[in-house]
Design a protein around this ligand. Structure first.
Ligand code: FES
Length: 109
């Protein structure tokens, strides 16, 4: 089990990046719900953020890649605009534990 952070460390309409045993990930909170994805643009496999923990566009409605501007739906990771249109971010399974922390079910060796 690997703890990413407390649920309330991520505010609504914000995002947060993590370096984990299974690679670089990021979480977005929208309407109280967490979405977790691998931090790899389907276009060129690079990280999406334009500054640390900044993965959203200026409207806070979409995930946006800082490299060529691809935009993704927060709920599904589907790219709706940009060079990888139609492709998807890779969703990463997670759980919320009894302490309201976001956790990965991986061994942290
Ligand atoms: S690397 Fe993300 S849009 Fe090109």
């Amino acid at each position: 089990m690997y703890v990413l952070c407390a649920l309330d460390e991520i505010k609504n309409k914000t995002s947060k990046g993590f370096q984990t045993p299974i690679g670089s990930l990021f979480a977005v909170k929208k309407k109280g719900k967490i979405y977790l994805y691998a931090n790899e643009c389907p276009h060129m496999g690079v990280g999406l953020e334009w500054q640390p923990d900044q993965f959203l566009d200026s409207s806070k409605q979409l995930i946006q890649c800082a490299v060529h501007g691809a935009q993704f739906l927060i709920d599904s990771g589907q790219c709706i605009h940009g060079p990888c249109s139609g492709q998807k971010l890779r969703a990463v399974p997670f759980e919320i534990n009894e302490n309201d922390e976001i956790i990965l079910r991986v061994s942290s060796r």
